[in-house]
Design a protein. Structure first.
Length: 87
């Protein structure tokens, strides 16, 4: 729900999730991409996700991750692309 998306972002979860995209296990990367996609459903979080540096690792995951990681990275990027600042 949108209240939880805001609360999770306000608690500082976005930067560690972005970091997991590059330093986590395969499973952690998938979970981080999935979570960022869900958080990006809130428009205020989209810019915060981009600012945290998550877009380049999502693109890298899309290029070289497992099939599941590619799916989650593509979903996160699709959701982020709705924000004109990130296009």
């Amino acid at each position: 729900n949108s209240d939880n998306q805001v609360a999770i972002a306000a608690a500082g979860a976005i930067p560690p999730l972005a970091e997991l995209l590059t330093s986590g296990t395969v499973g952690a990367k998938v979970d981080a991409a999935r979570t960022l996609q869900k958080l990006a459903a809130n428009s205020d979080n989209k810019a915060a996700i981009a600012k945290a540096g998550a877009i380049p690792p999502l693109v890298e995951l899309l290029a070289s991750g497992t099939a599941e990681a590619k799916e989650k990275a593509a979903g996160a990027l699709r959701t982020l692309a709705v924000n004109s600042d990130n296009q």
